[in-house]
Every structure is written in structure tokens, then in C-alpha cells.
Design a binder for this molecule. Structure first.
Ligand code: PFF
Length: 450
């Protein structure tokens, strides 16, 4: 696509909201508590916060720099900026593949959110005790066709929005709905803090036991921060390519990192006190959010309405994330293969559905869809968050820090000299030294630790 035909986000708010829309999603409300629960609670939180701020922010800025400088999808971006005849576009291909793999298993859980929205409309949780609510989760995820129908509907919704384009589709939706999610998370926090297990839950979540920090916690926290911030695989290169030339990318990135971290921490404050109150193991994994939250709603006056609002907003937060995943694939298809936007969206969604359905089926009790000891679902999750994203992130910061010309990077960071260079020089140094070393050390330490 030629440059003048590319769309831009209409304002700085547009970028922040769309990027936050991509970042905020199941990663915060579903995956973060799972990972924190499995990796020692407070210890994980501390490592996570450090990594999100110190590595996540510069990496997000790096992706914006590549995107806006190249005005291209991840594959084309590396081709344009690195010049022809080298291997850098492989990083772009890796990103497109990663988006595809994430979208496949992400829509499994996205489908559950739709199913749970329907359950909350139908008041399925009313008067149920914990074993019954746990059984509902097992029944739903094991049902012959509901999880698959919900997943396919979710994918179709995503394709519909993406087919319409950046401004009308992505930006408009995110702007209204993201702030609402924040409000409801606050309300839920307040409720959760009044439950009897609040003290124990908060201790688990906030009291770091530093002896628990090991290679596995480090890589899990790194993978979680990349996953949660949508970095390391080109989603934000793609969104960066829609950023206008006068927008301040560094402050936008910081705003998104802070908002994303806030929502993850709020999710922890909602879920752990509730888990301890109702006797749910913090390492319960997939079922954690889908059993604790309906229990919390049961304890609230107006629980029906809150439950409904919560699952509605969760569906929407999830949708703004799946949109950004599909957008990576669509930007690559339209620009590299010259397909139309709607065609790219539907082909991308259909291809995702094939692997996605396998991921969903692998969740069933006794499913043979295992590779080694992992389900297809877990395998897709681990391969993307623990391998492709860290490697992608490492290559992205190396590209911006060492391959791109300093003057070009600083032009992007300062909007051609309009913004102050001081702090942005420091950001470039972090991109050049701290971020690659930290990612490499964590990545290698987990390989050796195995
Ligand atoms: N950041 C999203 C979440 O936390 O739910 C997941 C995600 C979206 C990852 C888009 C990667 C991506 F490109």
C-alpha cells in the first residue's frame, strides 16, 4: 500500500487508547493471576513490575519507532529500515507467526468470556456454591460444541471490526470502553477487600518471598510482561505505523505500561482475596478467574448487574486485543501480498480457526490433543510467551539500538527535534544496553536452568 493511503490514528489519545486496548485483556485479568499464583505471588509481582517498567517500556517505544519510521507492517518495516538482502525481515515474519499462534489459543479463552457473558445474562450463578460454580466451568469447557461456537463467533466479530479499518473500527471502540473497564475493576476491588480472606490474599499477593525468585519466575514474569503489553511480536510495530508524526511516543508508551500494570494489579487484588476467602488454590490455573469472580458477584448486592457488566467489559477488552492480533496478520497480508483488507481479515481469521479449535478441544478432560505432557493450548501459550516473544523482543531492541542510525532513532523519539532530547538519549541507552542484556540473561538462564 502506498504511504499516502495508510490510515493514522486521529490523535495521541487515539494511540494510547488503541494500544491500551491491545494491551489490556485476558493477559491482565486471566493470565496474570494464573502466573502470579503459580510463581509465588508477591515475588512474581515485584519481578513483574521491574521488568514491565524497565524493559517493557523501552521495548514498546522501540516498536513504535520502527513502526512510525517505516510506516509499514512488521515484515515490510524491517525490509525498509534494514535495506534489502539481509535477514531482518525474518523478525517480522516471526511476529506475524506469533500473532497467529497467540490468536489461536487466545480465542479459546475469549470464547469462554462470551459463554460466561451469556451465563451471566441467564443468571446461571445465582444461589450456587463453590463446587457448583467449579462444576459449571468444567461442564462449559468440556461441552461438545459451546466452547467452539463461542470461539468462532469471537473470531468472526474480530474479523468484522478489522475488516473496517483502523479509525472506524479499532480506535472508536477502544476509546469508549477501556475507561469503563477500569471503573468496574475498582468497584470489584473494593468488594473483594471486604471479604474475610482479604488479609491472607493480600499477603500472598504483596508479600514477596525473595527465596522464591528463580530462573523460572524470571522468565515467566518476562513472558507475562511481554504478553500483557503486546510486545515482542510486532503488534505495536503495526500500531506504531499508524501514529501521526507529532505524537509523543515515549509518553504514550509509558501511559500504556502504567495503565496495563494497574489493571493487572487490580485483577490480583480482586482475585486473590476472593480465592483465599472461598478456599480456591491460588495456583488453580485456568479456572481461577472463572470461578473466583462469579463467587465474588454472589456476595455483592446488585451482583447480577455487576456480573453482567464485568463479563461484557471483559469481552470488549478481549476483543480490542484480538483485533490488534489480527491486525498484525492483516497489515502483512494487505501490504506484502496485496490482498484487500476484508479478504485478509477473513482469511486470517479462518486460518486461525483451524489451530484455535484444536487448542479449545485440547482443553477437554481426557483429550488426546497433547504434545508431550502439554495440551495444544498450553504449548501455544508457552512457545509464544517464553520463546518467540523474548527472542523477538531481544531482536527488536538490538535493531533499534544497534542497527538503526542514531540520528533516525532520535528523530523519531524527539519528533524531529521538537521534543527534549535529554531523557530520550537515556531511553536510547536503555534500549541499546540494559534491555538486550537483561532479556538475554533471563532467556539464557532459563535454558540453562532446565
Ligand atoms: N496484551 C494482551 C493481553 O494482555 O490480553 C494479549 C496480546 C494482545 C498479546 C496482542 C499480543 C498482542 F499482539
Amino acid at each position: 500500500m502506498s504511504e499516502h493511503k495508510r490510515e493514522n490514528f486521529s490523535s495521541k489519545l487515539g494511540i494510547i487508547v488503541a494500544t491500551a486496548g491491545s494491551a489490556l485483556g485476558l493477559g491482565n485479568i486471566y493470565r496474570f493471576p494464573c502466573e502470579a499464583g503459580a510463581n509465588g505471588g508477591g515475588a512474581f509481582l515485584i519481578v513483574y513490575l521491574c521488568l514491565a517498567l524497565l524493559i517493557g517500556t523501552p521495548l514498546m517505544i522501540s516498536e513504535f519507532v520502527i513502526g512510525r519510521r517505516s510506516r509499514s507492517n512488521p515484515v515490510g518495516a524491517f525490509r525498509r529500515l534494514a535495506g534489502k538482502k539481509n535477514a531482518w525481515p525474518v523478525v517480522g515474519y516471526m511476529g506475524v507467526l506469533c500473532a497467529f499462534l497467540i490468536l489461536a489459543f487466545y480465542t479459546t479463552v475469549a470464547g469462554w468470556t462470551l459463554g460466561y457473558l451469556a451465563k451471566s445474562v441467564l443468571n446461571h450463578f445465582a444461589g450456587q456454591d463453590l463446587p457448583q460454580i467449579q462444576q459449571q466451568f468444567v461442564d462449559f469447557t468440556n461441552h461438545q460444541w459451546w466452547p467452539i461456537v463461542c470461539q468462532l463467533v469471537f473470531l468472526a466479530l474480530t474479523a468484522l471490526v478489522v475488516a473496517r479499518g483502523v479509525k472506524d473500527g479499532i480506535e472508536k471502540w477502544s476509546k469508549v470502553l477501556m475507561p469503563l473497564l477500569l471503573v468496574i475493576m475498582f468497584v470489584l476491588c473494593v468488594k473483594s477487600l471486604t471479604l474475610s480472606g482479604a488479609g491472607e490474599g493480600l499477603r500472598f499477593f504483596f508479600n514477596p518471598d525473595f527465596s522464591k525468585i528463580n530462573g523460572r519466575v524470571l522468565i515467566s514474569a518476562l513472558g507475562q510482561s511481554f504478553f500483557s503489553l503486546s510486545i515482542g511480536m510486532g503488534a505495536l510495530i503495526t500500531y506504531g505505523s499508524y501514529i501521526g508524526k507529532n505524537d509523543n511516543m515515549a509518553s504514550s508508551a509509558l501511559g500504556v505500561v502504567l495503565a496495563d500494570t494497574l489493571v493487572a494489579v487490580l485483577a490480583g487484588i480482586v482475585i486473590f482475596p476472593a480465592a483465599f476467602t472461598f478456599g480456591i488454590q491460588p495456583e488453580a490455573g485456568a479456572s481461577l478467574a472463572f470461578t473466583t469472580l462469579p463467587m465474588v458477584f454472589q456476595q455483592m448486592s446488585g451482583g447480577y448487574v455487576f456480573c453482567l457488566m464485568f463479563f461484557l467489559l471483559l469481552v470488549i477488552a478481549t476483543l480490542t486485543s484480538t483485533i490488534s492480533l489480527l491486525e498484525v496478520i492483516v497489515a502483512a497480508f494487505t501490504e506484502e501480498l496485496q490482498l484487500s483488507r476484508p479478504k485478509s481479515a477473513w482469511i486470517g481469521a479462518a486460518a486461525t480457526a483451524v489451530i484455535g479449535v484444536l487448542a479449545t478441544l485440547s482443553f477437554r478432560t481426557g483429550s488426546p490433543l497433547h504434545i508431550g505432557s502439554s495440551t495444544v493450548f498450553d504449548l501455544l501459550d508457552h512457545v509464544t510467551a517464553l520463546y518467540i516473544m523474548p527472542i523477538g523482543g531481544l531482536l527488536i531492541v538490538i535493531f533499534v539500538g544497534w542497527r538503526m542510525k542514531k540520528a533516525d532513532v532520535m528523530d523519531e523519539l524527539t519528533n524531529n527535534g521538537k521534543l527534549r532530547a535529554g531523557i530520550r538519549n537515556a531511553i536510547r541507552l536503555i534500549i541499546r544496553y540494559l534491555a538486550p542484556v537483561a532479556i538475554a540473561v533471563i532467556f539464557i538462564s532459563q535454558l540453562i536452568g532446565k
